[in-house]
Design a protein around this ligand. Sequence first.
Ligand code: BGC
Length: 446
Amino acid sequence: MDRKKDFIWGTATSSYQIEGAAFEDGKGLSVWDVFVKEKGRIFEGHTGEVACDHYHRMKEDVALLAELGVGAYRFSVSWPRIIPYGNGNVNEKGLRFYSDLVDELLKYHITPYVTLFHWDYPNELEMQGGWLNPESPEWFVSYTEVVAKTFGNRVKNYITFNEPQIFTWLGYDKCTHAPGIKYPAGRILSMCRNIALAHGKSVVKLRELVPDCRVGYAPTCGNAYWPVEETDFLAAKAGELQNSIRADDWLFSSAFWNELFLKGRFHEQCRGLFGSDLPQLTEQEQRLIGQPLDFCGMNLYQGTSVSLSETGEIVLGKLPAGHGKTGMGWPITPKAMYWAVKNFYNTYHLPLFITENGMSALDVISLDGGVHDPGRIDYLARHLSELKRAVLDGAEVEGYFLWSFLDNFEWEKGYDDRFGIVYVDYETQRRIPKDSFYWYQNIIKS
Ligand code: BGC
C-alpha cells in the first residue's frame, strides 16, 4: 500500500482449527470437542482432534511463517487449554505452549496478534449457561487476566472476539456450529449483552495489565454491500444497507455488532424489531462497552451486490449467470472489499485491519508435486487492489491478515474445504507451500 510504509502483512489461524492435541497435556473440553462427536454435525464425521497437529509442529510452522516473510501472525488462544474448566485452575502446560509460540515468533521478528476468543468456549462454562450466565463477562475477564499476565510482556496486540456474529448466529440460531442449541431471539439478545460486557471488561483489564497494548475486535463484515454500478445513488444505497439491520439477518449484520461494540448501544432499529425483548444497558455499561478501541478488525470474504432492476427497483445479491465462485460456493466479489472498508471508515473513523480474507479452493497436489492455485492468487490480487483503492480514498488501514496460513478444520465442513496458502496432507501432516504462498511472499517483499 502506498500511503503507509509500515503496512502490516500477516496471516491468520485459530486454535481449534489447527492445533489438534485436543485431549493432551491437561487441556479441558471445548464446546467444539463435544459438538464434533454428535452424529451428523460435521462433514464425514471429521473432528479437530488432530487437525494440523500444530501443537506438536509449532516450530516447523513458525519457520514456514518466517520463510513467508510476514511481519505479523494472528492466532487464537484456546481458553480451555489454559483454563481447563473455563474458570479457576490454570494449566501450566497449555500456557507453556503459547509462551513458546510467542517466543518462537519473536525470534523471527514476527509480531504476535492474539485473539482471545475464536469460538472454542470451555464446555464446563457452557454447561453453566454459557454466555447467558450473568457471570459470563467475569469469566472472560479472569481468562483475559491469565493471558495478559503471562504474555503481556511480549504480546502487545489483542483482539477480544472473533466474529461474534458467527458463533452466536450459527451456534444458537442456525445450530450448525457448536454448541448447536436453538434459542429464541430474546435469549440471544441477552447473550449479546453479556458478550459485549465481556468485551468491554476485557479491554479494561488488558489496558490495566498491558498499558502499552493495542486492542480491537474482529467482526465479519456481514453482508458487505457493494454497488454493481458505482453511481452515487447505488453507492449511497449500499452504505445505507450496510448501516442498517433487518428482521431476518440482524444477528449476522455488521451494523448490529459495530453499534454494540464500538458505540456501546443496541442499534436504533432494535427497539422496533424486538420491543420488550431488548435488554437494557445502563449509561455506565454503555460507556464500558463502547470505550475507544485502537483499531477494528474486518473479516471479509464476500459481499452482497446492490443493483437496479429494469423497472428501477433495488435488487440484492443478483449476479450474472455463471459468476465466479470459490470452492465453497461463495461468490467472488472483490468490490465488496472497497465498499465495506470505505463505508466502515466513513461511519466509525477507526483504523482498520483486514483480520481475515482468503478463499477455499479445490486444491490438489499436482503430478509435479506442487499445489497450483491460480484462482486463489487471482482472488487475493483482486481483493488487495480494492483494498488499495479504499486506502487511496482515505481509509486508514493498518494491515492485512490472509486467511489462512494452513489448510485447516473448516468447522462444520471438516477438512473438505481448503483455505490455506500452505497445503496440509492430513495423512502425513506434510506441509506443501502452494503457489499462492510464493505469490504472497513476493507481495510482502515488494
Ligand atoms: C472464521 C474462520 C473460518 C473462515 C472461513 C471466518 O468466518 O473466522 O474461522 O475458517 O471464516 O469460513
